[in-house]
Design a protein around this ligand. Structure first.
Ligand SMILES: Cc1cc2nc3c(=O)[nH]c(=O)nc-3n(C[C@H](O)[C@H](O)[C@H](O)COP(=O)(O)OP(=O)(O)OC[C@H]3O[C@@H](n4cnc5c(N)ncnc54)[C@H](O)[C@@H]3O)c2cc1C
Length: 302
């Protein structure tokens, strides 16, 4: 990679916030993935300059939050990965609004809302993503979705220009938004919640967390539900009915506890996970005629 680019990037982010040949297995909940050429963890104030520099030197960049919905290829990622979760904590509560930086964990943000007696984020407390990743994915659980509580989102475009967008601008759908297609970087979101009783809100979060622990294989690395829920079906049930409970490719396995999860059972490679996903999708389609679409985003070189 161009040394002048690297020097300028370091000058913008600070040397300690830039790593070369960084294993992405350290930044994904699947714990797999090869090296990113460059991994930077900039502060909010320098994000626009990082983007502009990448554009100026024509280096591709990819934004990641907590890496909890990603499968990174074993050959890694060419260009620059911008990691958001090492940003300084940024959260502010005012009346029934919570303004949170994109790098904040959803769990911390939901806990802060509960602390202030604000209801509406209970569903999100157990989703292991960042605020930015959850907005981009329109993450959801137990009947709630991010789009229901978002008032506005602050983004940077590819030129590093700042804009404030409302849900109407963001083209939300099931586990998707138009943010990635438009190459926007989320820096902040404001959630509009309702006043409630603190202990009741905490109790509900606790109950939902217990349900997760009971049903999901949280003891193994994964990226959550591997496939989207096909209309009218449950992916986990289709996979179980296809006889694939516990099915393995290399170190990757269809969870025995919840067939909707592919887990890294034992030193899986990204290729193991990808091949397992392909085989599962093929078998399910043969058995039920339903085509499973990955929810997990595959990035980098396989
Ligand atoms: C055990 C487990 C349980 C899960 N349960 C759920 C669940 O109940 N419901 C659910 O919806 N999901 C669930 N997930 C999946 C995952 O947690 C969510 O999709 C989450 O929203 C991803 O957030 P992240 O910060 O990890 O994003 P990443 O995985 O890092 O990135 C996801 C996408 O968002 C983009 N992105 C991330 N941050 C930014 C930013 N600041 N600006 C622009 N783009 C950005 C990335 O480029 C990528 O396209 C689960 C995952 C695990 C491991």
């Amino acid at each position: 990679m161009n040394q002048q680019f690297l020097d300028e990037l370091k000058a913008v982010t600070g040397e300690e916030r830039l790593k070369e040949r960084e294993p992405m297995s350290r930044h994904t909940t699947f714990r797999v993935g090869g090296e990113a050429d460059v991994f930077v963890s900039p502060e909010y104030e320098t994000l626009a300059d990082v983007i502009r520099l990448c554009r100026q030197y024509e280096e591709p960049y990819y934004i990641i939050g907590n890496g909890s919905n990603l499968l990174v290829g074993d050959k890694g990622i060419r260009g620059v990965v911008i990691g958001m979760t090492r940003t300084a904590p940024r959260i502010e509560v005012s009346d029934n609004r919570v303004r949170a930086g994109a790098g904040m964990l959803l769990s911390t943000t939901a806990a802060c809302a509960a602390e202030h007696g604000l209801s509406g984020m209970e569903f999100a407390a157990g989703i292991p993503g960042s605020v930015g990743g959850a907005v981009v994915m329109n993450a959801g659980a137990y009947g709630g979705e991010m789009k229901d509580i978002i008032e506005k989102v602050t983004v940077l475009d590819e030129e590093g220009r700042r804009a404030e967008l409302t849900p109407r601008d963001l083209d939300f759908g099931y586990r998707r938004s138009g943010i990635a297609e438009r190459r926007l970087l989320v820096t902040e979101a404001v959630f509009l919640l309702s006043h409630g009783e603190r202990e009741a809100i905490r109790g509900e979060m606790h109950r939902l967390m217990q349900e997760r622990t009971l049903k999901q294989p949280l003891e193994y690395p994964s990226a959550g539900s591997t496939f989207k829920r096909p209309p009218g079906f449950f992916a986990g049930k289709l996979i179980m009915d296809a006889g694939l409970r516990g099915y393995r490719v290399g170190g990757a396995q269809v969870s025995e506890k919840h067939c909707g999860f592919v887990i890294n059972r034992e030193d899986a490679t990204a290729d193991d996970v990808r091949r397992l996903m392909q085989e599962v999708a093929q078998k399910v389609e043969e058995m039920s005629g339903v085509r499973l679409e990955p929810e997990v985003k595959m990035i980098g070189e396989f």
